[in-house]
Design a protein around this ligand. Structure first.
Ligand code: LLP
Length: 435
């Protein structure tokens, strides 16, 4: 359930009409609902009540400082995958003791940064990373608390670009090598193996892959303990999917946190291990919308195009994954009002810059407002400045108030970071140098 609802014929974020935000901040703009973030966090946390579970919000889903802080104030830790995300989590007030650091390509500097901060766990994903972490920790005179991310070779049955737990994926260390890798950790200076980690993919709507992967992990923990390793934490990753098509509906159409927690309880409930969960999308996804304004309505030869001021650079998911995002008008359609079918597209010079085809919408006029729903996760964080379209602002709503939590970047801000080499205008390139 989210807090983007129609009241008096107008779509609101909590108690704030979205039209007020558009008027004050301009469009396109990402709008997040604090109450929805909090609700999603609490539903997730409540589902795991009674289990020794630490919830480390996956910062990659939405790394706005105010969003991280909203969740941190509710007790969330953070799952980070870069030095930048680590800095953001710490700046937002998440204690290092509640941070796990994942990722296949952590640099020496990033590992040193994590060790200096004192993170709870570093999830190592390869043999060479293990060796480097050992060197870095030993040089710093500290002991790194590590977990190995195991690749369980389980198909998450999700989009190919976001499945991570098959042996052909770049993630983790093949499960069949678990024993050997933990034996190596025991030999290396500066490392202490305290955990095991797994993450099989994102937008999972089927619980069976989780069951398969977690059953494998349970067996591996038992094996490692029998080998004498003091395994106290099992990091289960993230990945729980959300309803995109039915965003805003109260009826749960995909398995929710309770279904997921039931699998965890059943498979791992008696493992005597702290469980670490890394939800991202399920917390932030339906807590945000991308608010956009219609520029033109164009009658094409075979279809109607609603051209809006947001584009694929602002929300990449439809172009990148053919992802479905529900599109809602800010003005609520009147009962019985006829709907048109339109392709909602952005201004970018690529046919892939489309948010949805043949979408039912009330007849639109220029200046009308629309929202792309379920845009709170993997929306703003994946944006680019393609077509010299600077990053758009982010707004956090709380009841009847709202605040700009990231300002609109201007084209001048971007150009200010560029410079002309002083030799550029001095002379034309020597003849023959340019093909
Ligand atoms: N933990 C690890 C190690 C991860 O790699 C991820 C996501 C998560 C947790 C959080 O997964 P979530 O609960 O949000 O599904 N850009 C894609 C999604 C990429 C997910 C990458 N890893 C999209 O827009 O669908």
């Amino acid at each position: 359930m989210d807090h983007f609802t129609y009241r008096d014929g107008a779509l609101h974020a909590e108690d704030v009409p979205l039209a007020d935000i558009a008027a004050a901040v301009g469009t396109p703009v990402y709008v997040y609902s604090r109450a929805t973030l909090a609700r999603h966090y609490r539903v997730f946390a409540d589902a795991f009540a009674g289990l020794d579970a630490t919830i480390c919000y996956a910062v990659k889903a939405n790394s706005n400082l105010a969003v991280i802080r909203t969740l941190g104030l509710l007790g969330a830790g953070a799952d980070v995958v870069s030095g930048g995300e680590l800095q953001r989590a710490l700046a937002a007030g998440i204690p290092a003791e509640r941070v796990v650091f994942s990722g296949v390509g952590k640099t020496r500097d990033e590992l040193a940064q994590a060790l200096a901060a004192g993170v709870m766990e570093i999830n190592v994903e390869s043999d060479p990373e293990l060796e480097v972490l050992s060197q870095v920790a030993a040089a710093m005179g500290v002991e790194a608390r590590v977990a190995v991310r195991i690749n369980p070779d389980v198909d998450a049955r999700t989009h190919a670009k976001i499945t991570t737990g098959r042996s052909e994926n770049k993630f983790g260390i093949e499960w069949t090598r678990t024993r050997e890798v933990y034996a190596r950790i025991a030999e290396l200076p500066g490392l202490r193996a305290e955990g095991v980690a797994v993450h099989i993919g994102s937008q999972l709507t089927d619980m069976e892959p989780y069951r398969d992967a977690y059953t494998r992990m349970r067996d591996l923990v038992a094996m490692l303990r029998a080998d004498g390793h003091d395994i106290r934490r099992l990091d289960l990753g993230g990945g729980l999917g959300i309803p995109y098509v039915d965003a805003g509906n109260t009826a749960q159409t995909t398995p929710g946190p309770a279904d997921y927690a039931a699998v965890v309880r059943e498979v791992l409930g008696d493992l005597d291990c702290r469980l670490v969960l890394e939800p991202g999308r399920v917390i932030a996804g339906n807590a945000g919308v991308l608010l956009t304004r219609v520029i033109y309505v164009k009658e094409g030869a075979t279809r109607t195009f609603v051209i809006v001021d947001a584009a694929m650079n602002d929300l990449m998911r439809p172009s990148l994954y053919d992802a479905y995002h529900k599109i809602s008008p800010v003005r609520e359609p009147l009962p019985g009002e006829g709907l048109i079918e339109a392709d909602v597209v952005g201004p970018i010079c690529e046919s892939g810059d489309s948010f949805g085809k043949a979408r039912p919408l009330p007849a639109c006029q220029p200046d009308d407002l629309l929202v792309l729903r379920s845009a709170g996760a993997y929306g703003a964080v994946m944006a680019s400045a393609y077509n010299a379209r600077p990053l758009v602002p982010e707004v956090l709503v709380d009841g009847d108030r709202f605040a700009v939590v990231r300002e609109r970047v201007t084209i001048q801000d971007m150009m200010d970071r560029e410079s002309m080499p002083d030799w550029l205008d001095a002379a034309a390139p020597a003849e023959g140098k340019v093909a």
